[in-house]
Design a binder for this molecule. Sequence first.
Ligand SMILES: C[S@@+](CC[C@H](N)C(=O)[O-])C[C@H]1O[C@@H](n2cnc3c(N)ncnc32)[C@H](O)[C@@H]1O
Length: 941
Amino acid sequence: MGKHDKKTGKGRLDKFYRLAKEQGYRARSAFKLVHLNRKYDLLSKSKCVIDLCAAPGGWLQVAEKYMPKGSLIIGVDLNPIKPLPHVTTFVSDITTPHCRQMLKQHMHDWKADLVMHDGAPNVGSAWVQDAFTQNELVLQSLKLATEFLVKGGHFVTKVFRSQDYNSLMWVFGQLFKSVEATKPPSSRNVSAEIFVVCRDFLAPKHIDPKFLDPKHVFKDLAPLPTSITTAPTESSTTGEASIAATQASTSTAAAAAARLAANSHAHSNVFAPEKKRRHRDGYAEGDYTLFHTASATDFIKGMDPVLLLGGMNKITFDTEEEKQWLKSRHTTPDIVANCNDLKVLGKGDFKALMKWRLAIRLEIGLDVKADPTADATEEVAIEPIDEEEQITEDLKRLQETKSAKTKRERKRANEKKAKDLLKLQLNMTAPEDLDTNDLALKGEEEIFDLEEGEMEAKRQGSSSKRSLRDIVQDADGMDESEGSESESDEEDEEILDSDEEREMKTAMLEGELDGLYETYKERMQERDAKWKVKNERNKDKNFDAWHGIKENSDEEGGDDNDEEREEDDEDEEGGWDLLQNKKADDQDSDTDSDSDADQDMDENDEEVIPRKAKKEKVKKNVIFEQPQSRRNTSLVTSLQEPEKRAQMSRQAQLWFDQSVFKGMDDLAALDGDEEEEEAEEDEDEEPTEDEIEENDEDEDEDVEMDSEDEGSSTLQDDEDEDDFEIVPQEEEDDGTGWDVDDEDQDEVKKKIIKDKGLLTAEAVTLATSLVNREITASQLIDQGFNKLSTFNKDGLPSWFLDDESKFYKPNIPITKEAVEALKARQRALDARPIKKVAEAKQRKKFKAVQRMEKAKKKADDVMGSEEMGDGEKARQVRRMLAKAARGKQKAAEKKIVVAKGVNRGVKGRPKGVKGKYKIVDSRMRKEVRAMKRIKKANKKR
Ligand SMILES: C[S@@+](CC[C@H](N)C(=O)[O-])C[C@H]1O[C@@H](n2cnc3c(N)ncnc32)[C@H](O)[C@@H]1O
């Protein structure tokens, strides 16, 4: 623990500290005398100087330096002063007669021209000597000065500003002609010290001793106690003896406490010790010491330990009891050190002292440790409540928990739904993968029924992951079991296990899912124009230009196309259409039973429903509630509705579900022509029963049909049926196909490659390997026959095929070089605006031709001239042609240099300007600009 922080306040090692070091002074305070001497010229005329409180001898050094040679310089201090040349020093207390004696001895009846006093209670090692206050010291030094000063001599003293400062000044004024207080620049601002320079000692014959008696000069000065004791605390249980002792010192303690209380910094000194405070108000009244001690008893038993810590310098352990505390286990060496020097403590140290105080107080029984458990018991004491209140409380709590749980679950479900929807939109999942709950997105009826199904499935303890088909089947079973418990299990199994049933339901669900997928596609299409492009690309059955020639050869291609068509047909039949067919079959076969069932159903709504009839009813429930008029119609008709509805947006569904639209079966009728057409197209896409039959019959023929005819073949049928004039569509060709036998196709592709070059990295890679003979054409063709070229799409749903088309394609090797080459070309293309470049080129070319024409004419003239010789003519013509070929050189730009300031009027090339230049005057430039502005403004008018 250092006494001062070397970076702040008093401890700051400032420039005078360094200067003193540099100049060999023993203390930085030497500069104070240097400055005083500079101001008052005290030393040069002095032959004898007494320095009171001179250690370590800085002032003595200065005196020796500035005083005339052979002067008598005497220094006295409590501390010994290292010998200095031409300086006499001795150790003494200036307040004692010994000092006076010694001075007399050294002065040999001489009188001093200057008495200096720079004394202060020692803040270093001599704390014990701090019995004197600063001003007492001053008065003592003045006393010695009056004794040893010559008439007209000077007295310089250090004073600390306080309420007694004026008294001191008055006394000085009585004894000296001139008294001046000053603060030399070397005196730190943080210090309250000032220097009083008393010049021209009057040397009165008789000086009233009262002038130099502190008791009279400092009238209100109360004798300062060395120990300050505060009144005992109420809780204190000290013995009678200590009370008596305390009472004895009460008067002095009260005075001291009052002084301490006046010092408003005391508390802040403890709570924020890092903040150095100035004593702006000077010293507390009657307190002229800088060092205060307090006994440990005061601290431990006192009422305001913080005030004590903030105002005192030291805590002492003098009494027996206090010495016992030193032996306590709580009194660590740190605590002792802290007590020794309170002024240097930090917040942590003060805290530690306060803790220590508490511990000692507990030890000696001044305080009683509070029982935390007792307090706690008191705090948590709850008044008994009656049973009813208890129940209400419990219920409330339960409700809160339940609602929180429901909220959480709902939130989770919503999040899941949103995620699944997103997945579906991003094509990351198939509608099939969705939870039945997610079908809420597709239509109300479906939600209701399928959720019911799933719930029932759960109830029955079926496996957690079940397909929709299972759920629907279970739903069937459920209703049956609900409707008639008397039905035998065997019968149930008969129904559920029926292959026909299963197939039908599978087909139905697949149909639904296809429908949903179509809706999704439409939504995507609406939203994203790019999707359309992608979709169109995906429609390309050849995948890409590199699928091989299999699909493009006439024979194979024909087959393949037919296959595709068949696949398409089957796709169309798959799911929804298949379901329709099956249903039609069912209808044929089960007409009687169905009609019976229908009848039964109509008649006995509430009664036990016969098996078949119930089954039918369940089916309807699963799909959606139909209007009465439609109930008796076939399932084919009934299932068309959900698809149509599924194609509607959810908002539209809600809209048309309003009562106003009830009875309007054909919602398409409400839409515009466009939608009608769409509906018709849909119908086209979904062949009716008859069409399917016809298609089946014509299957063989179809297989043999050309690819060109294929598009129209089915359409032709439609045409017959629907009286539509179907314009056979040209086969879509984006030029990426690879039909080697097709002359025209080949031409088209060649043209594209010629115009645009190879457009894909795969193409460039393959072309490069062909050119470099790394692969032959036949090898390339052979590679076309791979597992990917026989992609069997039978029975695969369209969403799957769409998805597959993205990834199910041959992996054509791509080289880095090919990619780089393409990129470079693209960059080059991007870099130039093609049209403008072409135009510029043409212009350039045209001008060059014109120049050459001109040159030719001139050359003719030259050749025709008779004045020139052949050699000269040849030279002339060569030069002219060369000039024409070179074209007009751009005239070198002229630099405009504005001459400003001193450069105005300077002639010749300006500094640092190369090439052609023109010097202009700034005024001229301004004028020209102004003219232009005016011209422009006039034009506007
Ligand atoms: C700030 S120092 C003086 C520095 C000195 N002027 C110098 O330039 O080296 C104050 C000195 O006063 C001394 N002092 C304090 N009380 C004293 C006393 N009663 N008698 C003698 N010297 C005393 C201290 O010992 C201390 O050395």
